[in-house]
Design a protein around this ligand. Structure first.
Ligand SMILES: Nc1ncnc2c1ncn2[C@@H]1O[C@H](COP(=O)(O)OP(=O)(O)O)[C@@H](O)[C@H]1O
Ligand SMILES: [Mg+2]
Length: 144
């Protein structure tokens, strides 16, 4: 067990003849926050999409908690990765609570657990649950 949350090992990826990542190595330790910065088109999105297998590397490996993700079921893999979704990624007809709870609901979590978790996450980012859980995405500022 490497102790790394995510690790890229010798990853290469090309689209047609253009090489996007070449022998890329990066180890992200558990519990750390990292930011990927680079000019438009440098390969940031490609890199992130390789973590949940929306894009497969041509060669090399991506590990999550020491496990090669090429051997995991992609649906299970994606349901165990948290995402911060905004704007077009939100369902406009669902409340904030329902939007937050989509994946845990798909995983069959109990109703009370869904409410508790949505409440906990709103508190974490400084939004008062009693005010925001029942609102719809268009009733938030949207960060503009
Ligand atoms: N499906 C694709 N087919 C061909 N080229 C692509 C595809 N996806 C992205 N690219 C190209 O690969 C490069 C990296 O894209 P991307 O990872 O989206 O960069 P970033 O997120 O850093 O802006 C860009 O030049 C982009 O045009
Ligand atoms: Mg991008």
């Amino acid at each position: 067990m490497s102790g790394n949350a995510v690790e890229f090992v010798d990853v290469s990826k090309s689209y047609t003849s253009t090489s996007i990542q070449k022998n890329f190595d990066l180890a992200i330790p558990g519990g750390k926050i990292i930011t990927i910065i680079g000019p438009s088109g440098c390969g940031k999105t490609t890199l992130l999409k390789m973590i949940n297998r929306l894009i497969e590397p041509d060669s090399g490996k991506v590990l999550i908690e020491g496990k090669d993700i090429s051997g995991l079921d992609p649906v299970q893999l994606r349901r165990n990765i948290g995402y911060v979704i905004q704007q077009i990624g939100l369902f406009p007809h669902m409340t904030i609570e329902q939007n937050i709870s989509i994946v845990p609901r798909l995983k069959g979590e109990k109703k009370q657990h869904l409410i508790d978790r949505a409440t906990e996450l709103l508190k974490l980012i400084g939004l008062e649950p009693s005010r925001f859980l029942g609102r719809y995405p268009h009733e938030l500022s949207g960060g503009h």
